[in-house]
Design a protein around this ligand. Structure first.
Ligand SMILES: Nc1ncnc2c1ncn2[C@@H]1O[C@H](COP(=O)(O)OP(=O)(O)OP(=O)(O)O)[C@@H](O)[C@H]1O
Ligand SMILES: [Mg+2]
Length: 268
């Protein structure tokens, strides 16, 4: 097995990187993939909290410090994938050792997702260096877009391929930036359009990804579609309303669906 390492980045904090990592991991796991999610937000980690894995003695910090082997800091969680948490009270480490410490794990997983720090310093550089490809998380407002453009520029300078943008917390309001505006500013295709959804917050309160907590919500179906595209396939939404909609509005392909078909095609 030779898995792919996918880094999830954004320069602005709080846009949804950890939510994307935990839900994409859960969706890939539901589709039968073997997945590891790594918390590489070394200074302010919280991936463990999103999936109910907390207070573990062995973490990525000990792995990078050379105290333990990477395989000793891996824990399963109820959403069906493995996680390598970080220390909630971090110790000083050299983040740039990340790549060396985790690359052998590619032999054991289909996908390794890395949850990055939002700081454009060596913490984010470590995620970029360790990743085969990147997903950039953004939201449809000017403040976030300017940070997103910087994140895209930084990835391009480091020559790490960007699979696409995930637009998170989309409310479909007139004051939001449009998909075309975002794609033309960044020159990166939008491959996931995640609606603002209260269930995401409710799911977090019980430390469960929304894909598991409320699998039939639009946001969860979007994660399933993104997961399928990343593995080179297509997810069929079997919900009744979605079938009625497709029947009534024949050829109702969204731009994001087309982008996902393109990235799925490249994975084959
Ligand atoms: N689609 C959504 N709808 C509603 N709330 C959301 C959605 N996505 C994320 N959130 C909420 O937004 C908050 C921030 O998300 P998250 O922790 O994933 O961001 P982050 O980019 O990882 O932050 P940091 O940069 O601090 O690591 C969380 O409370 C999360 O539950
Ligand atoms: Mg985070």
């Amino acid at each position: 097995m030779s898995g792919k390492i996918v880094g999830v980045i954004s320069i602005k904090g709080g846009v949804g990187k950890t939510t994307v990592v935990s839900n994409l991991a859960a969706a890939l796991a539901k589709q039968g993939r073997k997945v590891l999610a790594i918390d590489a937000n070394f200074s302010a980690p919280n991936l463990g909290i999103h999936v109910g894995v907390v207070n573990k003695e062995n973490t990525i910090h000990e792995v990078i410090a050379g105290k333990i082997d990477a395989s000793e800091a891996i824990y399963p969680n109820e959403a069906g994938f493995d996680i390598m948490p970080a220390r909630l009270l971090p110790i000083r480490i050299d983040p740039l050792r990340l790549k060396r410490k985790i690359s052998a794990l590619k032999n054991s997983y289909d996908f390794i997702l890395i949850d990055s720090s939002p700081n454009l310093n060596e913490e984010m550089a470590a995620t970029m260096a360790a990743s085969d490809e990147l997903i950039v998380v953004s939201s449809p407002d000017f403040a976030t877009l300017s940070c997103t453009m910087r994140a895209v520029k930084a990835a391009r300078e480091k020559k790490v391929p960007i699979t696409g943008l995930v637009l998170n917390r989309v409310r479909n309001k007139h004051y939001e930036l449009t998909l075309d505006e975002i794609e033309s500013s960044t020159e990166v295709p939008v491959v996931g359009l995640m609606p603002e959804e209260e269930k995401v917050l409710e799911a977090l309160s019980v430390t469960t990804p929304v894909v598991v907590f409320a699998p039939r919500k639009d946001v969860s179906i979007e994660y399933q579609k993104l997961a399928a595209a990343i593995s080179g396939g297509k997810y069929r939404d079997t919900r009744l309303w979605s079938n009625v909609r497709n029947f009534l509005f024949e050829n109702n392909f969204s731009k994001v669906d087309v982008n996902r078909t393109v990235i799925a095609g490249k994975k084959k």
